[in-house]
Ligand binder design. Structure first.
Ligand SMILES: [Zn+2]
Ligand SMILES: [Zn+2]
Length: 272
């Protein structure tokens, strides 16, 4: 499985997952043109995409979904409530496939498992994506509100985590946002702080974890180096994988999970 964060932040989010000819896009929070630009940067032809799944109705996850579904003929996976509230983005010609947090979605050899979050959207979910052939598991968990017990349970055993690390609590307090926005972001139905992300990643760490990507960073109330350091400290010396911070403007390098897994295998030794 190959994972590419095409961009992440309050102005747009999209993650590309590739597996054995399947190309799944999770969220399309950029305009159609911007999505094309980002896909071109990682040498992916948009017409080769297989499907698009949208996690919730906020515009930083939905902005290009109608255009992408129509222009590239993609089946669009939406929950019923998200579809209703996003009807202005759709003209009825899209192939919409309903999903819910109660059931897995199979897209080629990928199994998408949605789970509910307490984020302040109409019907918010986060997802894990597992490659059936290898068991490789990706967690995409931004817009969490807070890390509830079901979220913590769903994200166990991931090989790779795309995890929200939205704000530093002090920088948020000192930011120019109006108090109502600060309360929303920092509240239990908004976004996860660096400290909360660090606590979550400390809990989710296991020997198979090989890549952590911090995502959905606030531009006003965070600093990529600070987010990185807070989470790196929580992971500690036991962690042998990579830690990266996703940016709003540019895609990250694709991560080949099986190559990372192999790189982490202990050296084989023989006794005799
Ligand atoms: Zn959101
Ligand atoms: Zn968002």
């Amino acid at each position: 499985m190959k994972v590419t964060v095409l961009g992440s932040g309050s102005r747009g989010n999209a993650v590309l997952i590739e597996s054995d000819g399947v190309r799944l896009l999770v969220d399309a929070g950029f305009s159609g043109r911007d999505l094309e630009r980002r896909l071109a940067a990682v040498e992916v032809d948009p017409s080769s995409l297989t499907a698009l799944l949208v996690t919730h109705d906020h515009s930083d996850h939905t902005r290009g979904m109608g255009v992408a579904a129509r222009r590239w003929g993609l089946p669009l996976y939406l929950t019923d409530k998200t579809r209703t509230v996003c009807r202005d983005l759709l003209d009825g010609s899209e192939e919409v496939r309903a999903y819910s947090s109660a059931t897995e979605v199979e897209i080629g050899g990928l199994v998408v498992t949605p789970f509910l979050t307490v984020h302040d959207a109409v019907d918010p979910v986060a997802v894990t994506v597992t490659e059936r052939a290898t068991g490789e598991k990706l967690g995409i968990a931004t817009d969490l509100g807070r890390a509830t017990a079901p979220v913590r349970h769903a994200l166990q055993g991931c090989d790779i985590l795309v995890l929200e690390s939205n704000h530093d609590e002090i920088l948020l307090r000192e930011s120019p946002y109006p108090w109502s926005v600060k309360a929303r972001i920092g509240g239990s139905h908004g976004h996860l702080s660096n400290r909360a992300a660090a606590e979550l990643v400390r809990e989710l760490h296991h020997d198979g974890l090989c890549a952590v990507i911090l995502a959905h960073l606030s531009e006003q109330a965070n600093d990529p180096a600070l987010a990185h350091d807070v989470v790196a400290e929580a992971l500690g010396r036991r962690y042998r994988g990579t830690l990266q911070v996703a940016t709003q403007e540019h895609p990250l390098e694709p991560i080949d999970v099986s190559a990372k897994r192999t790189a982490r295998l202990p050296v084989q030794t023989t006794l005799f």
